[in-house]
Design a protein around this ligand. Structure first.
Ligand code: ASP
Length: 344
């Protein structure tokens, strides 16, 4: 009699365990959102571009963003990797003097151009970055080379340049980065500074942003992100912002999202914004959009940390919050495409 009771109890327990397993399977399958085949999002900096700029200029800016995203989208569409899409798209934007990255990098207080960039692969969690470089034509390529070809994550100044030469990357004279508009901006700020004895931070509200960044999801489900910048006009003492700092300006993790930030770098470093976004998704189970809005539109805004971010999650959902008046951006995935600067 006792044996029968034990036998029946075991059967009931086994039946219960197996029914729990089934429920879990069904729930997981039902709640797993559909993944976009591929997805890509870019930014060309958050800032204060007035919305009444001439129509011709608006169209010129839209066209550049369209051309940039088309490069990455083509790569992803044909089955290329998110890393290639990010690198090639950013390199194109670096060669475009409109943005504060590569050719269009702004001037430092010492009248030089010091460039920063970073790159991260969400599959391997490997990353690379360069800071304060003055002769590498495309810092994003150097950042990826640091990731792929060195045992380090971040190289700076002369050492980073020596490494880039060894890797056969295209090098240029520092004068390659001269643009009249950026030069004039610095001269105006230096003049003002003399009058007001102001500092970089006092000047900040007038400075233009224009950093570039890209986040992408490929057909294999791999996420990657990259960011490139000339930093902030009138930066001094070899200041380095968030853009080349993994976890601050750039982050990618296949289990959450890929993200590239833009804005007042000191805030993005202090609040480890890029990693924080991923962490809120990973540990707080938040959606990409909720987490991104909370960080940029609530928390950073409350402390006047100006800026924004672009991000894509592992399903191909986008987020692009910014607490400034404008953020150059574009995104694309099958059946969806958009280019915008303001709330347009
Ligand atoms: N985050 C960049 C920096 O602080 C600037 C920018 O995004 O415009 O260097």
């Amino acid at each position: 009699m006792n044996q029968l009771r034990i036998f029946v109890t075991i059967i009931i327990v086994l039946a219960f365990i197996s029914s729990c397993d089934n429920t879990q399977d069904t729930v997981q399958n039902e709640s797993e959102p559909e993944k976009a085949e591929y997805a890509i999002i870019i930014h060309g900096g958050a800032g204060y571009t007035p919305s009444d700029i001439p129509e011709e200029e608006k169209q010129r800016l839209y066209k550049i963003l369209e051309d940039a995203i088309a490069i990455g989208e083509e790569i992803l569409k044909s089955g290329g990797s998110s890393m290639d899409a990010v690198e090639k798209t950013i390199a194109f934007m670096e060669n475009e003097p409109t943005f504060n990255a590569g050719k269009g990098a702004v001037f430092t207080h010492e009248e030089k151009n010091e460039l920063d960039a970073s790159f991260m692969d969400g599959e391997s969690m490997k990353a690379g970055a360069v800071g304060g470089v003055m002769t590498i034509k495309n810092p994003i390529k150097a950042a990826r080379a640091v990731m792929d070809k060195s045992v380090h994550v971040m190289l700076t100044q002369r050492g980073a340049e020596e490494f880039a030469v060894e890797q056969g990357l295209e090098m240029v004279e520092p004068s390659y980065f001269f643009t009249q508009g950026n030069w004039d901006n610095l001269q105006n700020i230096l003049e003002e500074e003399k009058k007001q004895q102001g500092s970089l931070l006092d000047r900040f509200p007038d400075s233009k942003f224009g950093t570039v960044g890209c986040a992408a999801l490929d057909k294999d489900g791999n996420l990657a992100a990259g960011t490139s910048t000339g930093g902030m006009t009138n930066k001094r003492w070899n200041r380095i912002g968030d853009s080349p700092i993994i976890g601050a300006g750039t982050y990618a993790d296949n289990s959450t999202c890929a993200v590239s930030c833009t804005g007042h770098g000191e805030f993005f470093i202090r609040y480890a914004v890029a990693h924080d976004l991923s962490a809120r998704m990973k540990y707080g189970n938040m959606s990409l959009k909720d987490a991104a809005d909370q960080i940029i539109m609530e928390e950073l805004k409350a402390i006047e940390g100006a800026g924004g971010l672009v991000a894509v999650d592992k399903y191909g959902n986008f987020a692009f919050p910014y607490n400034t008046t404008s953020m150059y951006r574009a995104y694309a995935k099958p059946g969806e495409k958009k280019v915008a600067i303001w709330n347009d």
